[in-house]
Design a protein around this ligand. Structure first.
Ligand code: B1M
Length: 210
């Protein structure tokens, strides 16, 4: 098995204690941080499918998530090399009712390396918190909302609506994303854009505030 496959299997199986060593070994073997990240994202897709067909349950899914978070912390410095922080401030969070944060954290990391300061509100964030944070930061020019559940899509729509109704559309661009979000849906709810993954979200962030 290659070292990247070892990383992938370790995330899939939730090998929390071993993961840091396994990631270190992959790096020493010449794997790039981005390749390690891709291997872990693929593992999470496998985990999601196993959950969907009831081969595993929430505790196993949670172990995989913890394992991936620990691994991301190891490669994080390599992913954000060259960050400059001059494009503005991005307020980011996972929408109310939704506790998924791995994707949101990666999006934050990539937007940070693209040159933004990040104000991360965490998970389960209601519209009022986004509005409060945008108002609290004079140089805030971007808000990024993550949504992983089809059941929380109405909350996403409500938050975007709230931000617009608070008169903040002049101040910030609104980007939304997460597995169930399509470009059509993003447009329909009044967001300025969406992106499929963290790297494209960073590209979008740069172009949208320009
Ligand atoms: Co949950 N979960 N989960 N889960 N979970 C999914 C999302 C699911 C697809 C699994 C499945 O059934 N196959 C399913 C949702 C189904 C649906 O809505 N259609 C699901 C479910 C049902 C649930 C629960 C309801 C399960 C239950 O309790 N019965 C529950 C809900 C809890 C809640 O939020 N209220 C739940 C709980 C959990 C855990 C807590 C156990 C854990 C999350 C832990 C954590 O995040 N700290 C978890 C996990 C790990 C998953 C899967 C397996 C993996 C998610 C992940 O981290 N992926 C997931 C299955 C899957 O995604 N295939 C699943 C890796 C990550 C890098 O990708 O998050 O997609 P992702 O982020 C990507 C893109 O989406 C995009 O870029 C990211 C990086 O490339 N992106 C953006 C994300 N945000 C963006 C924002 C942007 C732009 C792009 O702009 C602002």
């Amino acid at each position: 098995m290659s070292k990247l496959e070892d990383v992938s299997k370790a995330v899939e199986k939730g090998k929390l204690k071993e993961i840091e060593v396994i990631v270190d070994e992959a790096l020493k073997d010449g794997a790039k941080a981005a390749e390690i990240l891709d291997a872990m994202i693929e593992a999470m897709v496998v985990v999601g499918e196993q959950f969907r067909v009831s081969e595993i349950f929430v505790p196993e899914m949670l172990m995989s998530a913890h394992t991936m978070k620990k691994a991301v912390a190891v490669i994080q410095p390599l992913l954000v090399e060259g960050a400059t922080t001059s494009l503005g401030t991005c307020v980011i969070g996972t929408i109310t009712g939704d506790l998924h944060d791995i994707g949101k954290n990666l999006v934050a990391l990539m937007i940070e390396s693209a040159g933004f300061k990040i104000v991360d509100l965490g998970v389960d964030v209601p519209a009022e918190k986004f509005i409060e944070a945008i108002n609290a930061h004079d140089d805030c020019n971007l808000v990024a909302l993550s949504c992983l559940l089809t059941t929380t899509m109405p909350a996403l729509s409500k938050s975007v609506e709230g931000i617009i109704e608070a008169g903040l559309k002049e101040k910030v661009k609104i980007i939304v994303g997460g597995a169930p979000i399509t470009a059509e849906y993003a447009k329909q709810i009044g967001a300025d854009g969406t992106a499929e993954d963290a790297a494209s979200a960073a590209e979008l962030a740069k172009t949208i505030v320009a």
